[in-house]
Structure formats: structure tokens, C-alpha cells
Design a binder for this molecule. Structure first.
Ligand SMILES: Cc1cc2nc3c(=O)[nH]c(=O)nc-3n(C[C@H](O)[C@H](O)[C@H](O)COP(=O)(O)OP(=O)(O)OC[C@H]3O[C@@H](n4cnc5c(N)ncnc54)[C@H](O)[C@@H]3O)c2cc1C
Length: 240
């Protein structure tokens, strides 16, 4: 079936952080997106500006039916308009999911190491939601770099998923905390040594990196250069 561009109602919005909003877009009656997968992105536009389209990774997962969720940071024109203005009852035009940034759940037994910076964590929420809901044996480790503890998107939800799913770990490193800050977790940038400490079975490890080109490029270099893993074990989603 051909993929349809649809007008969707914003069913609800959730302010995750002062500058990050999750938007739930309700599928219209009779809508059939065809097959889509966790980790893909949709492309959205405001109905009054149909040519200004931007991609957003699904922060919901492929098991969710009846809606899409995307989580948007206030950045640039579209990011700012969504965070500042989008509210329940508004409508957006949606191009169905596309993309190849997909979690390897099959064959089973893989370890997915997912490296994210800032809003680049959004697709990994979908990865962990699906793996947890399906009780998969896939291990998922999210290594998340943020400036301060105020910038951690989905902090509570990831902690709840960690409690439910013993094969999921969520680790945050903060790069710009003051020395007085009470944070007891890791500080500083992502380093090859830190990443390497999570790789216990290189042949069954798949790396993911999502966020700015710079950050994703650095992780790619680390994985295929420093760690010497083949390109096929590194999946990237570059946002520009
Ligand atoms: C596959 C994919 C998935 C994505 N998923 C997400 C997601 O889940 N969540 C998310 O928040 N974003 C995501 N993005 C990014 C998103 O598509 C938008 O690019 C983002 O929201 C910024 O909106 P914009 O492109 O309209 O910004 P633009 O206005 O085109 O600006 C682009 C960049 O330039 C900067 N900029 C703009 N104007 C100026 C200026 N005058 N001076 C200096 N800098 C400027 C902005 O800060 C911004 O970083 C994704 C991108 C891709 C390709």
C-alpha cells in the first residue's frame, strides 16, 4: 500500500524539560502507515507551511499503534515552533516513518550500545520500550552525555525501565557541572576508555550513535578506529 501523507491531530503534549516537548500525534480514522519500525523517523510540517518539513525520530516504538510520539528540543525554526507553540488540538502534516536506524533484536543475544548527546536520546526510548515490552534478551546500554543534570531527557522513565528490565542500563555523564554539584554519577566527556569498559563481547555488540554530525562522527571514529569494530556494527543517525 502506498504511504500516505496525513493530517494528524496533536492529541497531547508533555513538557519533558523547559526546552523539550513530546508531541503525541493521533492517527486519523482509517490511517494505515504500512509496516514501520522502532528507530525510524517521521517528517512533519505545520499545515500553513507545508513546504517547511523536518524529520523527528520516533520516541514511541513500533509496537505503539494509533499514534506517533516525537520529542523535540527548542532549536532552530521548527524545533522552536513546536516547543513554544504546539498544543493539544493543533494539527500537523505527517509523512510516515522512514529510515534505517533500527535496533537489531533479531538474531537474539546482541548487546546494543547506544551513545546519545542531548536530544539524540529520543530514538533510544523506543528501542528500550520495545525490548522491555517484548521481554527480549537483547542487552541495551545507553551512554548519554548532557551538560548538567537539568538536561537529562526521560530521566525518570529510563530509571523505571531499568528497574523493569535487568538487561537495560542507563548511564549519564555530565560535562558542565560545577564542582559543588551533588551529582554522584560520571562527569566529563565520553572517552574511548569509558565506552570500551562496556564491550565484553565485541562480535555481538552493535553500536548506535544519534545526534549532531560532530558527536556522531566522534563516536564512529571511536568505534571503527579506537575499538577496531567493523562498520557493519556501527549505526548512525546524523541530525545535521
Ligand atoms: C533523521 C532525523 C531525526 C531527527 N530527530 C530529532 C528529534 O527526535 N528531536 C529533535 O529535537 N530534533 C530532531 N532532528 C532535528 C530536526 O529535524 C530539526 O533540524 C531541528 O528541530 C531544528 O529545526 P530546523 O531544522 O527548523 O532549524 P533551522 O532553523 O533550519 O536551524 C538549523 C540549525 O541551525 C541553527 N541556527 C538556525 N538559525 C541560526 C542562526 N541565525 N545563527 C546560528 N545558528 C542558527 C539552529 O540552532 C539549528 O541548530 C532530527 C533530524 C533528522 C535528520
Amino acid at each position: 500500500m502506498a504511504k500516505v501523507i496525513a493530517d494528524m491531530l496533536i492529541e497531547s503534549v508533555t513538557l519533558e524539560l523547559p526546552d523539550v516537548k513530546t508531541v503525541r500525534l493521533q492517527w486519523p480514522e482509517g490511517y494505515d502507515p504500512g509496516e514501520f519500525k522502532t528507530g525510524q523517523f517521521i517528517t512533519v510540517a505545520w499545515p500553513h507551511k507545508p513546504k517547511y518539513r523536518r524529520a523527528y525520530s520516533l520516541s514511541s516504538c513500533g509496537l505503539d499503534r494509533g499514534f506517533y510520539e516525537v520529542t523535540v528540543k527548542r532549536d532552530g525554526k521548527m524545533g522552536t515552533s513546536v516547543v513554544d507553540w504546539a498544543e493539544a488540538g493543533d494539527r500537523m502534516t505527517v509523512i510516515p516513518p522512514a529510515g534505517r536506524f533500527l535496533p537489531v533484536f533479531d538474531p537474539p543475544g546482541k548487546h546494543l550500545i547506544c551513545v546519545a548527546g542531548g536530544s539524540g536520546v529520543t530514538p533510544f526510548r523506543g528501542f528500550v520500550r520495545e525490548a522491555t515490552a517484548r521481554n527480549l534478551d537483547t542487552r541495551i546500554t545507553v551512554l548519554y552525555t548532557v551538560r548538567t543534570t537539568q538536561d537529562i531527557i526521560f530521566a525518570r522513565e529510563f530509571q523505571e525501565l531499568e528497574a523493569k528490565n535487568p538487561r537495560f542500563r542507563f548511564l549519564v555523564t555530565c560535562t558542565r557541572l560545577t564542582p559543588e554539584d551533588p551529582w554522584t554519577g560520571r562527569r566529563g566527556r565520553i572517552t574511548p576508555e569509558w565506552v570500551r569498559s562496556f564491550v565484553d563481547d565485541p562480535a555481538n555488540t552493535v553500536f548506535y550513535a544519534c545526534g549532531t554530525n560532530e558527536m556522531v562522527g566522534a563516536v564512529e571514529h571511536l568505534v571503527t578506529g579506537d575499538l577496531g569494530l567493523p562498520k557493519e556494527q556501527m549505526k548512525t543517525e546524523k541530525w545535521g
